[in-house]
Design a protein around this ligand. Structure first.
Ligand code: ADP
Length: 390
């Protein structure tokens, strides 16, 4: 067997679905997983259990791989640089990935390449937050720790300096000499957006890139709930503009693999970049059933420098609804009803224990009528979760 070995750091559902996409191509796939029970560790044959924060563990893992890629952005940047110095092929590379790891670095770089973002700057303390608020027209403002946030954790909307104390308490991991460094805090103007969009693209080392249709991502309590592809009612101009922005960012930052650009659409018809993810992303799960080539398959092709697959949609509308854990643990019992009600339903479960609010799976539906496609996805997600029973 001379097929390449792709090593993915992380054992979550993104690794599980990347593995799934590699099977028909015969790609050999290894993961570095936190535990043997992680979502991908349950299905991948070649699992290393270990700590991605430990350089020796990363080095040993990388030794058996032709290329290293990621299901999360938490590997310390200095470890990525050390692997690259060893000659390991890391995709996306450290220089690109740091923009998905550190929101301060990302904002500075996007400003330098002329990409529209909310007004922002690093703030030193709660008094400085008040000064920032004055610069952008007053409270409320958004505070974010530059590293370590996900699903709305690490993001605060504050209405006064008195509310701004908590973000400054955030500290990083233990340093070798037993200290914890404070994590810098980024302040942003609070954008009065009409909705959130995502522009997803994939880029290969050859410089080939493909753009998926721009999607609408509906968030509930800071967590992605539903994704609609393409974003309903988005003008051709904004759609092409957003795809162009994402392609520019991918090229300028040297991204290899899937890049998700999370965007705010404003009432006056602009798009502003919220954040970047350089890996398969929740806003791209619809592509598993709704696009010619899924984000997972294209991520693999990109990191292997293979020609990229067709990103175009297969149906006028595709809707993805996340299945969150509810109070009802037996999701399998719900399959009977969901499958009988909707033979076109596509279910993707991650093998994770059901805990309230945790993403444990998603469903995709597609068809010609948006209202109907959306209702089918919503019904299935709610029924699996147990919030409806008919
Ligand atoms: P995370 O890293 O947790 O995904 P984000 O930066 O995406 O954090 O922020 C989470 C959510 O907070 C966003 O989806 C959006 O709803 C809201 N948010 C973030 N930044 C702003 C902003 N500048 N203005 C208004 N809302 C924001």
């Amino acid at each position: 067997m001379n097929f390449p070995v792709v090593g993915m750091v992380g054992g979550g559902q993104l690794a599980r679905m990347t593995h799934e996409a590699g099977i028909p191509l015969g790609i050999r796939f290894k993961i570095l997983s936190d535990t043997p029970q992680d979502s991908a560790a349950q299905v991948v044959a070649d699992v290393t259990v270990g700590d991605y924060r430990d350089l020796a563990t990363l080095r040993a893992f990388a030794a058996g791989c032709d290329v290293i890629t990621f299901d999360h952005e938490h590997v310390p940047t200095e470890h990525l640089r050390a692997l690259e110095a060893d000659g390991v092929v890391v995709r996306p590379g450290a220089e690109a990935l740091v923009h998905a790891q550190d929101k301060g670095v990302m904002r500075a770089r996007l400003a330098a390449i002329g990409v529209p973002c909310p007004r922002n700057r690093i703030v030193a303390d709660p008094q400085d937050v008040t000064r920032f608020a004055e610069e952008v027209g007053g409270f409320p403002v958004v505070l974010k720790t530059v590293r370590g946030g996900y699903d709305g954790k690490g993001v605060w909307i504050v209405g006064s300096a008195a509310e701004a104390a908590e973000p400054f308490r955030a500290v990083g991991p233990l340093t070798p000499d037993g200290r914890r460094e404070p994590i810098p805090v980024l302040a942003e103007e609070k954008v009065d957006f009409v909705r959130e969009l995502a522009a997803n693209v994939v880029r290969s080392p050859h410089g080939q890139a493909v753009a998926y249709p721009v999607v609408e991502s509906v968030q509930v309590n800071g967590v992605c709930d539903t994704v609609i592809a393409p974003a309903p009612g988005l003008s051709d101009e904004l759609s092409a503009g957003a795809q162009g922005l994402a392609l520019t960012i991918a090229r300028e930052l040297g991204v290899i693999g899937h890049l998700a650009v999370e965007l705010f659409e404003t009432a006056d018809g602009r798009v502003l970049v919220n954040e970047l993810a350089m890996r398969p992303h929740n806003s791209g799960h619809w592509t598993m059933d709704g696009a010619g080539t899924s984000q997972f398959a294209n991520h693999l092709r990109a990191v292997l420098d293979l020609p990229l697959g067709d990103p175009r949609p297969r149906a006028p509308w595709t809707v993805m609804a996340n299945v969150l854990g509810g109070d009802f643990p037996d999701m399998y019992a719900a399959y009977l009803h969901c499958m009988a009600r909707d033979p076109g339903l596509k279910i993707h479960m991650y093998g994770k224990d059901v805990k309230p609010g945790r993403k444990v799976g998603h469903v995709n539906t597609y068809g010609d009528d948006l209202a109907e496609v959306r209702e089918r996805a919503r019904h299935a997600a709610d029924y699996l979760r147990g919030t409806i029973d008919e």
